[in-house]
Design a protein around this ligand. Structure first.
Ligand code: NAD
Length: 442
């Protein structure tokens, strides 16, 4: 390929994958998020020494659907959107996973997120497989009416795929309880009665679960608490840094602050702030609700966004996007614990560097599994038609997260490997066990 064409191709590839793909070191080839999950799977599979054809069967997505969605815009024109739904696994139960509305959504990203859902559900031992969906769109630039029509058209086109026993979506980046309400309503038209259990993350009055909005952050807090006990790190003397101050980042930070952790660095998409004496996370939540930015928070000064990743703190929580800690910057991470609130914030190459440097990485498929765990509780409550108190939900979540943390820790120790590979080994073993019993229909 001519040099000019090569440069042009790599530029357009960069643009296309600006968020979920980073460049490979020393090459112009983009590195996909899906490649990252496959590498993580392969590293664990090699240690398990299982039947290769069975591993191949559970490794790749079972079904990936692409839909083209015509939507009437407010100005009367029609615009075509592209939507995806991927069912990575339905071996242990219905496919489970969120729907993302974002301009950078791609099939590669949705497949990766669907695969992580399979392994996450198996790590916390809930009877779900893995799925994920997404629509390429910019919800910030769409009216509520346009978003509602887009959501309803997406559900209508995929109505035979979804269902409480088949595939159960939830919110992800760019979607929330309102989108889930439209989702549930559109699906319910099919059977002419309300079907709340077809989605989770609904408003409480529509059958949502108490504790769901804080569940992912609570799971991060519980994972960090268990990791700190293991490392004999006193949380009342610990410091922290958080990248991304949305649902996961803010809740993780205030619950850890409740345990005594002092957060010195916080960032969001608008920038990063620093205060060596500690940032009051509850006050920052209020500030962000009012100003839509962490910047300008009294007592803190503005720093470079990446200072948050390189801060000399005990606990770093990446809670924004994929591919943030890579081969090029992993050596600059100085935290003792990296708690992955986001999905896929660390590339496999960066993982190797962090492990070599003695950083304990609590992998996403364990660390942020609190959200899907309470989604499972929501589904259970919808099906039994009886709702638990918030204390009950939090108690059950703690039980699941603590058990999962120690299952992963034990597997990692027994196999002398990282928590990530331990988590994958545990999850793969649990999925394979079911596949063995069910057999493969061919
Ligand atoms: P969110 O939209 O509520 O928050 C995202 C935050 O990241 C925002 O504060 C945004 O400003 C910030 N951000 C975006 N780009 C950034 C950048 N370049 N640098 C710093 N900050 C940036 O989303 P969320 O629900 O908190 O999800 C965050 C991550 O956690 C995603 O990877 C998501 O898949 C994962 N996750 C979420 C849940 C859940 O229940 N919400 C569960 C599991 C995993």
């Amino acid at each position: 390929m001519a040099k000019a064409a090569r440069v042009k191709k790599s530029k357009s590839a960069r643009k296309l994958h600006s968020r979920n793909v980073v460049q490979r070191k020393n090459t112009s080839l983009p590195m996909s998020v899906f490649d990252n999950v496959m590498k993580q799977f392969d590293a664990a599979a090699r240690k398990l020494k299982l039947d290769k054809s069975l591993l191949e069967f559970i490794k790749v997505p079972r079904r990936s659907t692409i839909v083209k969605l015509p939507v009437r815009m407010d100005d009367g024109s029609y615009k075509m959107f592209t939507g995806y739904r991927v069912q990575h696994s339905i071996a242990r139960g219905p496919a489970k996973g969120g729907v993302r509305f974002h301009p950078d959504v791609s099939l590669d990203e949705v497949q990766a997120l669907a695969a992580w859902m399979t392994w996450k559900c198996a790590v916390v031992n809930i009877p779900f497989g893995g799925g994920k969906g997404g629509i390429i769109c910019d919800p910030q630039k769409m009216s509520e009416g346009e978003l509602e029509r887009l959501t309803r058209r997406y559900v209508a086109d995929l109505i035979d795929i979804f269902g409480p026993d088949n595939d159960i979506p939830a919110p992800d980046v760019g979607t929330g309880p309102k989108v889930m309400s439209w989702f549930m309503d559109t699906y319910s038209m099919k059977d002419y009665h309300a079907v709340p259990s077809v989605v989770t993350g609904k408003p409480i009055t529509l059958g949502g679960s108490l504790g769901r909005s804080e569940a992912t952050g609570r799971g991060v807090m519980l994972s960090v608490r268990e990791a700190a006990k293991y490392l004999k790190l006193d949380l009342t003397k610990a410091t922290g840094s958080v990248q991304g101050f949305g649902n996961v980042g803010s809740v993780s930070a205030y619950l850890l602050q409740d345990l005594g952790v002092k957060f010195t660095h916080v960032s969001d998409v608008t920038g990063a702030i620093y205060n060596p004496d500690g940032i009051d996370i509850y006050a920052l939540v209020k500030h962000v609700a009012e100003t839509k930015s962490v910047l300008g928070f009294p007592g803190a000064r503005k720093v470079r966004p990446n200072d948050v990743l390189y801060a000399k703190v005990d606990i770093l929580i990446p809670a924004a996007l994929e591919n943030q800690i890579t081969a090029t910057n992993a050596h600059r991470v100085r935290a003792k614990i990296v708690a992955e609130g986001a999905n896929g914030p660390t590339t496999p190459e960066a993982d190797t560097i962090l492990n070599k440097n003695g950083v304990l990485v609590i992998p996403d498929i364990l660390c942020n599994a609190g959200g899907v765990t309470v989604s499972y509780f929501e589904w259970v409550q919808n099906r039994i038609g009886y709702f638990w108190s918030e204390e009950e939900v939090n108690r059950r979540l703690e039980e699941k997260m603590v058990a999962a943390f120690h299952d992963v820790l034990r597997t990692s120790k027994e196999n002398r490997t990282s928590l990530r590979i331990g988590a994958f080994m545990l999850a793969i073993t649990r999925v394979i066990e079911v596949v063995h019993l069910r057999g493969i229909y061919s």
